[in-house]
Design a protein around this ligand. Structure first.
Ligand code: MRU
Length: 349
């Protein structure tokens, strides 16, 4: 199994996603600041993986603390959380992971410092275990929605690399294939960071799942030719009304799917659902460096001085979403109600 990230005695170890698919190298972050840099520079990326990384970053910061009394540790804790929270704004899992550690810290903040350190390290490791379990549950819930044979289009990478393991959208595809379905995955290359061609193709090929990389602008033509029977993507944040923020280009795919009568599914752990954000227009969208568009493999591909826009995510309005698959079950429109009900659901994972 691909180890996207793991806790080690030395620090948090990440597969370096900026080097894939040609180099499989690992980076160990020994401080929480290094974890924050790994998130910012996309050594680790994908909403659930960022959430686990943030929880581990908090644990690492606390474990390394030299604080001699609980009041100093509390001040340091707030500083650690602030730095990690400032890395990337869109994936709500980042804030979820930090909040989870904050809650655990608050519960035990008057205990001996050594105990706090141990409990927080164990909590971060638990977050990782739960993420994998959630993905496997999503796989079970979602696999039945995919056709028994045919083409499935995905955008970006919502796989093992975007989570602690198994994946959300790719987890559903994996579960469907494990159940005997014969699927051909079409991976949008996902300009400009190429998560589809570099990462999705890499991990699906490792599993022997038939995969074809297409350029982002081919999706419509493929649908028209009848090669795509379903679309499944992950999410960075799902607003209370079911609007979905995901990798830039997802909205275009959703509109195309609707036009061609193809179901458009979103798979995400419940930690991606943000009931405090009423609709997609309120989701902060990360703007990334212009260099991702002005240069390709270090070579300049745009004229000097041209204006560039590079939002990392877009919002797909809920009316384009056929169903949302979570570890708690599958929900459909009206999402404002079904997501609220899901929030009350008994958690079995
Ligand atoms: O910029 P990235 O690579 O972190 O964006 C990732 C995505 O948009 C994924 O589709 C999303 O996080 C879901 S991952 C299970």
């Amino acid at each position: 199994m691909i180890k996207t990230l793991e806790w080690t005695d030395e620090g948090v170890r990440f597969i370096d996603q900026t080097k894939l698919p040609t180099e499989e190298t690992y980076v160990t972050c020994k401080t929480y600041e290094e974890v924050a840099d790994a998130i910012r520079t996309m050594i680790v990326r994908g909403a659930p993986a960022i959430g686990v990384a943030a929880a581990m970053g908090v644990a690492l910061g606390v474990r390394n603390s030299q604080a001699r009394d609980n009041a100093s540790l509390k001040r340091e804790f707030a500083q650690i959380c602030d730095v990690l929270a400032g890395t990337r704004p869109t994936a709500v899992n980042l804030f979820w992971g930090i909040r989870r550690m904050q809650q655990k810290f608050d519960e035990i903040s008057d205990q001996p410092i050594e105990t706090i350190k141990k409990v927080l390290v164990a909590e971060a490791q638990q977050v990782l275990v739960e993420d994998i379990a959630a993905n496997q549950a999503m796989g079970k819930h979602g696999a039945v929605l995919l056709p028994s044979t045919g083409g499935v289009l995905t955008h970006c990478n919502a796989g093992a690399l975007a989570t602690a393991g198994y994946g959300t959208a790719l987890g559903v595809i994996r579960a469907a294939v494990e159940s005997g379905k014969q699927l051909q995955v079409f991976a949008d290359e996902t300009r400009p960071f190429l998560q589809g061609s570099r990462l999705t193709a890499w991990e699906l090929m490792k599993d022997g799942i038939p995969t074809t990389v297409i350029s982002d602008n081919m999706a419509g033509a493929m649908m028209r030719q009848g090669k795509i029977n379903a679309v499944i993507v992950g999410a960075d944040r799902i607003a209370a009304n079911g609007d979905v923020a995901n990798k830039i280009g997802t909205y275009t795919v959703a509109v195309l799917a609707k036009e061609h009568g193809i179901p458009f599914y979103v798979a995400a752990p419940f930690s991606t659902v943000d009931l405090e954000t009423a609709d997609g227009s309120l989701i902060p969208i990360e703007q990334r460096s212009a260099v991702e568009l002005t240069h390709f493999s270090g070579k300049q591909i745009t004229p000097d001085g041209v204006k560039i826009e590079n939002p990392a995510f877009d919002v797909t309005p809920h009316q384009y979403v056929s169903a949302i698959i979570t570890e708690r079950g599958v929900v459909r429109a009206p999402y404002a109600e079904s997501l609220r009900e899901l929030a009350q659901a008994q958690v079995t994972v």
